[in-house]
Design a protein around this ligand. Structure first.
Ligand code: 5GP
Ligand code: MG
Length: 463
């Protein structure tokens, strides 16, 4: 579908949570389905050995009763995948486990530069051909462990080879390690549950299991959950730079990132959007789901009533859609249908969280016009996306990003709106209530905190 660009993955870890960790891993993964819909997997340990179950598709489809029954043990690792680099075949379904079943790992993020890691593995005869970044990370750790290192020693040894974004969980038969890159680009939280511990990409998964949110794994930190409880190691000096797109689009509204409820930050985006761009209109319409809080904020601040003018089919997931030509032509209509009575004869403000390629926006405006809207004003609750992502979202290459090669006026024309307004970069930062430097803002600014290597050569800066 046109609107689809790659989403980030979800990771979950459960340590010593009672006998059936897999039974808790399933609802935790389910609550993180928004971060990845292509495949899912769980690896458990009963203290003796690791067992895995992985499959293509949504959580609801991957695990049957008999699969969960076959996963005994009180330690579990889970992953929902949405491919970034590495292709979308069954070969790369996570958690990563190798034949020796020594460790299992679950990675959220992406390593834009893997030369040093690959060279290391080659030098030590440990490179398995066809491996992606997550698999090579795992193999570096396995290599050190095969030479007698403990899990924590192996991670500390391997860490300098990992150039990129990673919220990474690794388990052995008796512990789980959680490690984050030194900028903490992807989120990772720690919870307390049933006398044991839980790690999860977002706090919404902790809430689902009624785990208590203890804190987040810090940038550059390694946390081990094992027999001695939690142990922490500062591997690298951290400098928090969470991907701000987590707040704009990815995270669930009930999650807490950097101490802020995502829903409230998005509402604030709407307040700031209203301060920056006031329009005479009759109705504010959100594009569900991610733009709902921003539209609420916009409506509240301007006094223009909010109504739901689009119904979303919540059962459309790209996993099941082989994009054949007819489906592609249906485009956004597969996902969103218009409710004409809400918009007919009205001056409409629609609010979306972002414009990437602008195909969604174009379709939405034409649906609104078709349903009789007399004016369509398009509000975007984030700044123009001008730069591709290399840290875990598979955004299209720069040439496909509307704002990288068109002015705002040109985009407005191409989507057919009466007006088009973006939240300013300053407004975006202000609305978070946090300082600019705690974020990775690369998709808006082109400032990449982690080396992206030769990929830099393909980018035009200051567009
Ligand atoms: P566009 O048609 O401009 O490429 O896509 C914009 C739409 O995609 C917006 O409605 C936004 O909510 C959504 N969007 C933004 N980032 C992502 C992403 O990483 N994955 C998916 N599936 N949708 C996204
Ligand atoms: Mg959307």
């Amino acid at each position: 579908m046109s609107a689809e660009i790659g989403e980030k993955c979800a990771v979950v870890g459960l340590y010593d949570v009672g006998l059936a960790a897999a039974r808790l891993a399933v609802p935790a993964l389910w609550s993180l389905q928004h971060r990845g819909q292509e495949s899912s997997g769980i690896v458990v340990s009963d203290g003796e050995m690791l067992r895995a179950h992985r499959g293509m598709g949504l959580v609801a489809r991957v695990y049957e009763e008999k699969d969960i029954d076959a996963l005994p043990g009180s330690i579990a690792l889970g992953h929902n995948r949405y491919s970034t680099d590495g292709g979308s075949t069954v070969d790369h379904v996570q958690p990563v486990v190798r034949e020796d079943m020594l460790v299992a790992s679950a990675h959220n993020g992406n390593l834009p530069v893997t030369d040093a890691l690959r060279d290391f593995l080659m030098e030590h005869d440990a490179l398995i051909s066809g491996s992606n970044d997550s698999e090579m990370m795992t193999d570096a750790i396995r290599y050190h462990m095969s030479r007698g290192a403990s899990l924590e020693e192996a991670i500390i040894e391997s860490f300098p080879l990992f150039t990129g974004a990673f919220s990474f969980l690794v388990m052995t038969k008796d512990k789980i390690a959680a490690v984050r890159d030194q900028f903490g680009i992807r989120p990772l939280s720690i919870g307390r549950i049933n006398g044991g511990y839980m790690f999860a990409s977002e706090t919404c998964a902790l809430n689902t299991l009624q785990a208590k949110h203890l804190r987040d794994v810090q940038p550059g930190e390694l946390v081990i959950a094992g027999q001695d409880g939690l142990r922490s190691f500062e591997i690298a000096t951290g400098k928090q730079k969470l991907d701000i797109f987590e707040l704009v689009y990815f995270a669930r509204p009930d999650s807490v990132l950097l101490g802020k409820r995502v829903n409230e930050v998005r509402r604030n985006f709407g307040f700031h959007l209203a301060d920056e761009h006031s329009i005479k209109a009759d109705v504010v319409i959100p594009i569900p789901d991610s733009a709902i809080p921003a539209a609420e904020g916009y409506s509240e601040k301007t006094g223009i009533p909010l109504r739901h003018g689009f119904a979303k089919n919540r059962y459309i997931h790209r996993t099941f859609i082989q994009p054949d030509q007819r489906l592609r032509e249906m485009g956004v209509r597969l996902k969103l249908d218009i409710i004409p009575e809400v918009v007919a004869g009205k001056r409409v403000v629609i609010v979306d969280d972002s414009i990437v390629r602008a195909t969604t926006a174009r379709d939405l405006v034409s649906m609104l016009r078709g349903a009789g809207a007399i004016e369509v004003h398009f509000m975007v609750s984030s700044p123009p996306v001008k730069y591709p992502d290399f840290y875990g979202i598979d955004t299209p290459n720069q040439s496909k990003l509307a704002a990288a090669h068109m002015s705002i006026e040109e985009i407005r024309k191409s989507i057919g709106a009466n007006s088009l307004h973006y939240l300013s970069y300053e407004g975006l930062i202000k609305a978070t209530g946090l300082p600019e430097d705690v974020f990775c803002t690369s998709c808006f600014t082109g400032n990449y905190p982690i080396d992206i290597g030769v990929k830099r050569e393909g980018i035009i800066f200051h567009v």
